[in-house]
Design a protein around this ligand. Structure first.
Ligand SMILES: Nc1nc2c(c(=O)[nH]1)N[C@H]1C(S)=C(S)[C@@H](COP(=O)(O)OP(=O)(O)OC[C@H]3O[C@@H](n4cnc5c(N)ncnc54)[C@H](O)[C@@H]3O)O[C@H]1N2
Ligand code: MOO
Length: 420
């Protein structure tokens, strides 16, 4: 007679004898292996935002290029002593883009506007509002330190200084920096092409069949549109690989024809009879069966298909997104030539209670409530897509057991912290 095991009813219970990889170890292992897999191209600076720099950049010009005034006012040779001072005005003025032609005679002041180069002979500027002036003189009350309201040449960036390093994601701030120091073109990594594939005979592309005509058991594909959108938001090139049927040869065909730099597939990685993704990757795709101690998302398959990294994500949409954020996100950035990304989290007071079991990392759909506390979605069900949308991020609980009460501090990772 066959003898059943003791009921545990917890698919996250750690089977005895199985070697579970803690989440951080899995990330460290991945980090040590992934390298840039894309070539480079040159792009104009006004089109480089969102791209990843493929070279170190050196300033071609200082910022500011010359000493200049930070305010509208009058420039003179500082300092000004304590008390009233009256200075004769030199003829003419210095304006941004129209420098004063000549030197300011000793003991004189000159009218100057914000951004104007400080003419030879002056180094200090008094704010217009702090002066009284007529055609001949300007009067002010000291003291004013030498150099007040003036900006030194190169005080921000020196010509020849390395301003940005290869691997840097370029944001609007970097566009300004590059522009200011005379860079008009930069070498960037070509966009990483990321293929997204769904698996399962039950999965129907949205828009193909109206709800009233859907077969019993059929579901709309939520993962592929979600992951394609996420890939695009991260600045990679999304490639729609469609839906693979529950047949090994159908899946093989999809993978063979993908022509991408990395693949995200969802579904078919657990241990069920139809879980042909892990079966195929194990047989032909150098799969590493990483049993990562994480909830949701334990069945994560990491493989290499003919040289292309494949992230075999769980089918449940919540687990698919969590695994994408936690594992695929940093790896994709590194494959794309960027730096390994670690999400910036915040320790905030909990607005919920939870008993957390030891031995696995957990991610809960969460958002910050009006009282500044972190609330979690009412269900941890991994198919509850509405909770992904309800949330603004995830609470991360590490492997340690915890008894969380309202007010205890928990780690909140906004979705945006995965953007890099
Ligand atoms: N006996 C066990 N069963 C399961 C275990 C386990 O440990 N023992 N783990 C569960 C967990 S956790 C997960 S996650 C899933 C992972 O399974 P698969 O990756 O093989 O995914 P599927 O079985 O194909 O699908 C799971 C679920 O997700 C739905 N799904 C799949 N693809 C999509 C899609 N593109 N869009 C929307 N929804 C999708 C699918 O219909 C299923 O409901 O295994 C558990 N089982
Ligand atoms: O890992 Mo499963 O996705 O929790 O539901």
């Amino acid at each position: 007679m066959i003898k059943p095991p003791k009921l545990r009813n917890d698919c996250f219970a750690l089977p005895p004898g199985v070697d579970w990889v803690p989440m951080d170890d899995a990330l460290d292992r991945m980090r040590s292996r992934v390298r840039a897999v894309v070539g480079t191209e040159s792009v104009p600076v006004d089109a480089c935002a969102g791209r990843i720099l493929a070279e170190d950049v050196v300033a071609r010009r200082s910022n500011p290029p010359a000493p200049n005034s930070a305010v509208d006012g009058y420039a003179f040779a500082g300092p000004a002593p304590d008390g009233p001072v009256t200075l004769p005005l030199a003829e003419g003025r210095a304006a941004a883009g129209v420098p004063f032609d000549g030197a300011v005679p000793a003991g004189h002041a000159i009218r100057i506007l914000t951004g104007a180069i400080l003419p030879p002979g002056v180094d200090t500027v008094v704010l217009q509002e702090d002066t009284a002036a007529d055609d001949r003189d300007v009067a002010l009350n000291g003291p004013l330190k030498r150099g007040a309201n003036a900006r030194n040449a190169g005080e921000d960036v020196q010509e020849g200084a390395r301003i940005l390093s290869s691997g840097r994601r370029l944001r609007p701030a970097e566009v300004a920096l590059l522009s200011a120091v005379g860079i008009s073109e930069v070498a960037v990594f070509k966009r990483l092409r990321v293929g997204v594939l769904s698996n399962g005979d039950e999965v129907v592309p949205p828009g193909m069949v109206p709800p009233e005509a859907m077969a019993a058991g059929a579901i709309y594909d939520a993962n592929r549109p979600m992951l394609l959108a996420q890939i695009a938001l991260w600045g990679f090139e999304p490639v729609d690989l469609g839906v693979a049927p529950d047949r090994i040869d159908g899946l093989r065909e999809k993978l063979d024809g993908a022509n991408v730099d990395a693949i995200l597939t969802s579904g078919g990685v657990s241990t069920g009879d139809e879980d042909h993704v892990s079966a195929l990757l194990r047989a032909e795709g150098h799969m590493e069966t990483w049993r990562i101690a994480i909830k949701p998302g334990r069945p994560l398959a990491l493989a290499v298909w003919q040289g292309t990294p494949v992230f075999g994500l769980p089918g449940n949409p919540v687990a698919a997104l969590v695994c994408t954020l936690v594992f695929a996100r940093p790896a994709l950035e590194a494959l794309a030539g960027g730096q390994w990304l670690e999400p910036q989290g915040f320790d905030l007071p909990a607005g919920f209670c939870k008993t957390k079991k030891p031995g696995r990392s957990e991610f809960l759909r969460a958002r910050i409530g009006a009282d500044g506390r972190v609330e979690t979605f009412h269900s941890e069900g991994s198919g509850r897509i509405s909770g992904l949308s309800w949330a603004d991020g995830l609470v991360h609980l590490d492997e340690a057991p915890r008894q969380i009460s309202p007010g205890d501090r928990v780690r909140f990772l906004p979705y945006r912290s995965f953007d890099g």
